[in-house]
Ligand binder design. Structure first.
Ligand SMILES: [Zn+2]
Length: 275
């Protein structure tokens, strides 16, 4: 296949003659967002990117993704903008395997993914915590088919938030897929548009408490009404912020805290980090 020709990378990932340029624009849009955020032009931002990016590996397009937009942007913030720590929350219903792999051995990017499991692409068990210098810097939070916001919001509040606070990122990024919505045909989770807003309020709260910017980049989302409503709810929540609402620790959060708590000070795991 030529650089600008069409063709199928895999059964899900079909390229047309316009795909290469569109994918460059998507990755460039993610970079432009991060430049605006780090440069102080805006403290909150959202990129409605297509094609999405979080499944793309450094040398492999997959899962509708060609370039890993959020990974390119996060690495740009580290390489070109002088940042040392970037936090990424991936709330797409599918595991962000590409982003996870790009930063698997890096302590400069704390990557957290909440995803239906087992499900496409099959990666992201709780036990995958990163490797080498990045051990502990991958937080994989699998949830079962049918999981609703009681599970998702508990993981955000009781696992993701305390770890991210302790990491003290200089930039908060979100791989904002909306296919965990109950109406989505490619996921089997039960979130509502308001559930995404609740997660966004937590991320805005994290950013505000650290005095750093927060940006979200669109990933999946395949029921167009649900996608539109969820995007709008997320945009409003990121803009307005507010007090996050607390939920009870779900048993899955307690289980996850036992693993994540080995590296990060999680109250559910006794509160003490070990390194
Ligand atoms: Zn997805």
């Amino acid at each position: 296949m030529s650089e600008r020709g069409g063709g199928a990378f895999d059964p899900d990932t079909i390229a047309s003659e316009g795909t290469y340029e569109a994918a460059l624009h998507a990755a460039g849009g993610a970079v432009a967002l991060v430049e605006a955020l780090v440069g102080g032009v805006a403290s909150v931002g959202f990129c409605g990117l297509r094609p999405p990016g979080h499944h793309a590996e450094p040398r492999e397009a997959m899962g509708f993704c060609f370039f890993n937009n959020i990974a390119v942007a996060a690495q740009h913030a580290l390489n070109a903008l002088g940042l040392e720590r970037v936090f990424v929350l991936d709330w797409d219903v599918h595991h962000g395997n590409g982003t996870n792999d790009v930063f698997h051995a890096s302590p400069q990017v704390l990557f957290a993914s909440i995803h239906q499991y087992p499900w496409y692409p099959g990666t992201g068990p709780l036990t995958d915590v990163g490797s080498g210098d990045g051990e502990g810097y991958s937080i994989n939070l699998p949830v079962p088919s049918g999981a609703g916001e009681d599970v998702w919001l508990s993981l955000v509040e009781h696992v993701v938030m305390p770890a991210a606070r302790a990491f003290e990122p200089q930039l908060v990024l979100i791989s904002a897929g909306f296919d965990a919505h109950r109406d989505d045909p490619l996921g089997m989770c039960m979130l509502e548009a308001s559930s995404f807003a609740s997660m966004a309020v937590w991320m805005r709260s994290l950013a505000d408490s650290l005095g750093v910017p927060v940006g979200a980049m669109l990933e999946g989302g395949y029921d167009l009404r649900a996608l539109a409503a969820s995007c709008a709810a997320t945009l409003g929540a990121l803009r307005d912020g507010g007090e996050p609402s607390s939920v009870e620790p779900h048993p899955l959060a307690v289980e996850a805290a036992r693993v994540v708590g080995r590296r990060w000070p999680l109250p559910l795991a006794g509160g003490a980090a070990t390194s």
